[in-house]
Design a protein around this ligand. Structure first.
Ligand SMILES: Cc1cc2nc3c(=O)[nH]c(=O)nc-3n(C[C@H](O)[C@H](O)[C@H](O)COP(=O)(O)O)c2cc1C
Length: 298
């Protein structure tokens, strides 16, 4: 959608109150080329603003943090009226969202887990681990030990996770940092074993009680709750032997996150039914998990 008069079309809207705070919507992408400004609101569409380009560009930059109309007018050395007209236009187009100044700012809810052991396996959604680790380390500040299967390491470089502050383990026989038996130490010190994404192959190892690699060893020895986010093509998920493994794991007291929509590499598109829980979903559900799960395995 192209709306070249966006700014001048909305002057009749009521101006914001001086205490109203505006912040750029998270799903907005702003691009400039030559004298044109292109704003894409992912959930809405794309349009170009032909007037007041520099002012709008500055407003979109400043509103990366919540700002009021008087603050913007003073920073830009413009009248509050002009800034107000632009603000309501951007607000009407969902480019800006309003944050009421009197409401307390929303925090990411604290999670009751302090030490999470995150198991990752060779499913394509393992790419989301980078975002998940970054969020867990920076926003909720948990201690993270990551166990990467050898196939997970074919998709992502463990160094990236170490740069983000997680320690990455793979070899069950490698002593490090004074820890002689990694699977016992990892199992004992974790509040939660989260396996995300769990490939069909990893489900099989867990369901069979294989204890053949570090991740399946930790699952067998820990007394922490185990939450598993399977991730695979729908055909694999519906394959009877895989479904059987899933029920074995449920019966063993583990918590299985159910399928959602995920990216299919073979189809090159988002596919409903492909089992995947995104990194964002996982951070959303951790507070809930903390309140509602206890280890039921004896
Ligand atoms: C490009 C590509 C994507 C894959 N995606 C998945 C997947 O999403 N889920 C899955 O269960 N297996 C997937 N596989 C197959 C696994 O990588 C394979 O079964 C592997 O043995 C898993 O090992 P792990 O569970 O020990 O990490 C994929 C393989 C390739 C080559």
């Amino acid at each position: 959608m192209v709306d070249e008069d966006m700014i001048v079309r909305s002057p009749d809207l009521a101006l914001p109150r001086p205490s109203d705070r505006f912040v750029r919507a998270p799903d907005v992408l702003v691009m400039t080329c030559g004298g044109a400004l292109s704003i894409r609101v992912v959930s809405y569409g794309e349009f170009v603003i032909a007037k007041h380009v520099e002012t709008v560009r500055a407003i979109l930059y400043i509103t990366l943090v919540p700002s009021t109309m008087p603050e913007l007018a003073s920073k830009l050395n413009l009248s509050e009226h002009l800034v107000g007209v632009i603000l309501v236009s951007l607000f009407a187009k969902r480019v800006l969202i309003s944050v009421n100044a009197t409401e307390p700012r929303k925090e990411i809810p604290s999670i009751p887990f302090r030490r999470i052991c995150l198991g990752i396996s060779g499913a394509i959604h393992v790419l989301g681990t980078i975002q998940l680790v970054a969020t867990l380390r920076t926003s909720v500040n948990v201690e993270l030990e990551v166990i990467a299967t050898s196939n997970a390491r074919r998709f992502i470089d463990p160094n990236v996770l170490e740069y983000l502050g997680a320690r990455v383990w793979s070899d069950s026989h490698a002593m490090r940092d004074g820890i002689r038996v990694p699977h016992i130490w990892l199992g004992e010190q974790s509040d939660l074993l989260l396996i995300a994404p769990a490939s069909a192959n990893t489900l099989q190892r867990l369901a069979s009680g294989a204890c053949s690699d570090l991740l399946s060893l930790v699952a067998a020895t820990t007394s922490a709750p185990i939450v598993i986010a399977p991730s695979m093509h729908p055909a694999m998920w519906n394959y009877k032997p895989v479904a059987r493994n899933v029920s074995v794991l449920r019966e063993a007291g583990m918590f299985l996150l159910e399928p959602s929509i995920g990216y299919s590499v073979s189809q090159q598109c988002m596919e409903p039914g492909a089992c995947a829980v995104s990194a964002a979903n996982i951070t959303d559900i951790l507070p809930w998990l903390g309140r509602n799960i206890v280890r039921t395995r004896t």
